[in-house]
Design a protein around this ligand. Structure first.
Ligand code: BGC
Length: 731
């Protein structure tokens, strides 16, 4: 047992000041004076107007903008339209306060990058920062000031369609990418014409919806909330995120959009968040459905007092806050403070000084070659090689005949994925087109084979006939863009429609078969995983989809992506995630252990897993600790050598387990990673450094503690393999 007498209580979560946040949201006396002077001139209705966000544009909306009743509009991208409505705000409204224009720029504006879950598979924060920055540049040029991204919800249940929008199941990976994306969107200066204000969403624990059903109830312990769901938001706040979106879900009985513990106590008092909170779409109004208030007035009051500054499409603030103040139910000072927060960001975005955008810039920035190059890089890096028996991949370019089959093979819409913003199908390179860039068209036979969904079996027979005459078959199957994202939860993780039949029929011809998966969530593909020799997970890769996939298929790029979420064998195994607890009866061959009787214990593909066309050898793990005063540092290093004959990327992953603690701890937790590139035969020493205060957990009093004692450490290529070492944190 560890010495319970000596528990290091690290209140660093509470005391760590948000350094970057302080930089981005620093109090500027000039701005503060301008804000105060405006607030003094504002009527109560005008103040409430700043807290009101409306969708779209109409004559009625224009009138309300003129009357100062709207502070923000969402979903009206484009230089022309945004300039037009902004003109009404800054030239025709009494106080000339500019609007802030918001949009869901989730994985690109017009140049569409991989869906966030796909990009998470690249394990490359620099890349995530770059794609976010590129998306910001395009969006801002089109008059968009504010993106509702990054989505930083941890998702351990792939039935939940919104897993596609985030970074997957792991809190550490999710936090690193949250930070990178915030920095990418916001840059160093919000007034820069290439920056947009970011919004970390959906605060909080939205991804823990029961049964993976969207909008469903969330009931998690405060410990799990603190250890699993809150850290990516904390990372976003530390990176200076300007806004936070309060979620739809019930959270332990108090819906997230009326939860003062999360919105005020944690976000503002503990973390020092200085930006503003916007509700999710009508989530304030929906508090009536949750049953915590009978009227919009009642729930509006609850949301405001809990800490939601702006009401997105809930109509609870606009119609009621002024009355509530007049009735003495709300102190006007609460409204003033919310207005201050909104105005502060409008000033920081430079909107008072430069409210308009240049329509010509919009034309040059959007879909530029530079953007397309980045889209290709991000798409290639996001691809995960799941299986490659007999080195079937990469294919040779001198093949005499290739059959390209499947409903996603020549599909230019679904690779855009959910939230494709201003993306257009015509910008997308399909897999078939990508393959045509590698080998001549007369050697390629293409057929759809079947539809993505539905009962029609399609022309599987014809696909079989084509496959029989080919040297290799490439079958592209998966989900449509509309099968993941908001409101697209699934009760099954199987390939939809007749796609499994199609794959089986092609396999049975005996022709060597490559399966290319395109999907917005981990799927369950036990038969394919067992029988098909080569499998690529390509998510939904955006505009450069086909080029990236063909580069991988024909060996012009060696895949190095790793799964950001566990792939189960069947939906019945869900929730399944790598950093589970051990239980008293860890799963084993024996009967009375924690497992299902009808499937193997292990997942189909573990978290962090992905192969390469080359091989990497890990050796010489070294671990030591250094203690200075009360602080202990852990230093770990490992050598990695490329022992194959191709250049390739490896994602070196470091996991830790607290072996004995006063509360049960996960079997392992990711703490560091690094994606490296190695030439054939090249060897690199990879060093990691950790602070002991990153190894703690929340005890029963919800204090963050690091307990002295023994820790295990693994460094390897995924969550189940690697070299094992240990270290001790001393009293
Ligand atoms: C979604 C948010 C999104 C908002 C605005 C909501 O339905 O949950 O993620 O940002 O709409 O489009």
């Amino acid at each position: 047992m560890k010495a319970a007498k000596w528990i290091l209580v690290f209140l660093f979560i509470f005391s760590q000041t948000s350094v970057l946040s302080a930089q981005i949201l620093s109090t500027n006396p000039t701005i503060e004076n301008r804000i105060e002077s405006l607030i003094q001139q504002m009527t109560l209705d005008e103040k409430v107007g700043q807290l009101n966000q409306i969708n779209g544009i109409s004559d009625e909306i224009k009138l309300q903008v003129q009357q100062g009743k709207i502070g923000s509009i969402l979903n009206i991208p484009g230089a022309k339209v945004t300039n037009e409505i902004q003109k009404i705000a800054v030239e025709e409204s009494r106080l000339k306060i500019p609007l802030i224009i918001g949009l869901d720029v989730i994985h690109g504006y017009r140049t569409i990058f991989p869906i966030p879950l796909g990009e998470a598979a690249a394990w490359d924060p620099e890349l995530a920062q770059k794609t976010a920055a590129m998306a910001a540049r395009e969006a801002r040029a089109s008059g968009v000031h504010w993106t509702f991204a990054p989505m930083v919800d941890i998702a351990r249940d792939p039935r939940w369609g919104r897993i596609a929008e985030g970074s997957g199941e792991d809190t550490y990976l999710g936090s690193v990418l949250a930070r990178a994306r915030v920095k990418g969107f916001q840059g160093n200066n919000l007034a820069d014409p290439a920056s947009v204000l970011a919004c970390a969403k959906h605060y909080v624990a939205y991804g823990a919806a029961e049964g993976g059903r969207d909008y469903n109830t969330v009931d998690v312990s405060l410990k799990v909330l603190r250890e699993v769901y809150l850290p990516p938001f904390k990372a976003a706040v530390d990176a200076g995120v300007g806004t936070i979106m309060s979620a739809f879900n019930d959270l332990n009985g108090i819906p997230a959009s009326a939860n003062s513990m999360t919105l005020t106590q944690i976000l503002r008092n503990e973390w020092g968040f200085q930006g503003f909170v916007v509700s999710d779409w009508s989530s304030i109004g929906e508090l009536v459905n949750h049953g915590i208030g009978a009227t919009l007035a009642e729930v509006g009051k609850k949301a405001l007092l809990a800490g939601v500054d702006m009401d997105m499409m809930g109509f609870a603030y606009t119609n009621n806050l002024a009355n509530l103040v007049q009735q003495g139910q709300i102190d006007e000072k609460v409204i003033d403070e919310a207005v201050r927060r909104v105005l502060r960001l409008k000033f920081m975005l430079g909107l008072f000084d430069r409210p308009y955008v240049d329509p010509e810039l919009e034309q040059t920035v959007i879909l530029s070659q530079e953007n397309l190059d980045l889209a290709l890089e991000s798409a290639r890096k996001s691809i995960v090689l799941l299986k490659n028996e007999g080195q079937l991949l990469p294919l040779k370019k001198n093949l005499k005949s290739v059959a390209v089959i499947g409903p996603l093979a020549d599909n230019n819409f679904d690779p855009l994925g959910c939230w494709f913003c201003q993306g257009q199908a015509k910008d997308v390179v399909t897999v078939l087109e990508g393959i045509k860039h590698k080998i001549s068209s007369d050697k390629i036979q293409y057929i759809e084979g079947c539809k993505i969904q539905g009962n029609l079996s399609g022309n599987i027979d014809k696909a079989v006939a084509i496959a029989k005459n080919a040297e290799v078959a490439i079958v592209v199957v998966g989900e449509s863009a509309w099968m993941s994202g908001e409101a697209y939860s699934r009760s099954s993780l199987d390939l939809p429609g007749h796609q499994s039949d199609l794959v089986k029929a092609i396999y049975e011809t005996g022709v060597p078969t490559v399966v290319v998966l395109m999907n917005g969530r981990p799927l369950s593909i036990p038969w394919i995983a067992e029988k098909i020799p080569a499998i690529l997970e390509t998510w939904q890769l955006g505009v450069q989809s086909g080029n990236a996939i063909a580069d991988v298929i024909f060996g012009d790029y060696n895949p190095g992506g790793k799964l950001p979420a566990t792939f189960s064998r069947t939906v019945g195994q869900v929730p399944i995630y790598y950093n589970h607890k051990n239980t008293g009866r860890p799963a084993a061959a024996e009967k009375f252990t924690s497992k299902y009787m009808d499937i193997p214990i292990a997942p189909q593909f573990p978290f962090g897993f992905g192969l390469s066309y080359t091989k990497f050898q890990f050796s010489n793990l070294k671990v030591n600790t250094e203690k200075t005063g009360n602080m202990t540092q852990i230093f770990a290093s490992i050598e990695i050598q490329n022992i194959g004959n191709r250049i390739g990327d490896e994602v070196v992953q470091l996991y830790v387990q607290d072996v004995v603690a006063s509360l049960t701890r996960p079997v392992k937790e990711l703490k560091r990673f690094q994606r490296i590139t190695l030439q054939p035969n090249e060897k690199k020493l990879v060093n990691f450094q950790l602070d002991a205060n990153e190894l703690g957990f929340y005890n029963q009093n919800l204090e963050y503690v690091v307990e002295p004692g023994q820790f295990k450490i693994w460094i390897g290529p995924n969550s189940t393999e690697g070299l094992e070492g240990s270290f001790e944190i001393l009293d």
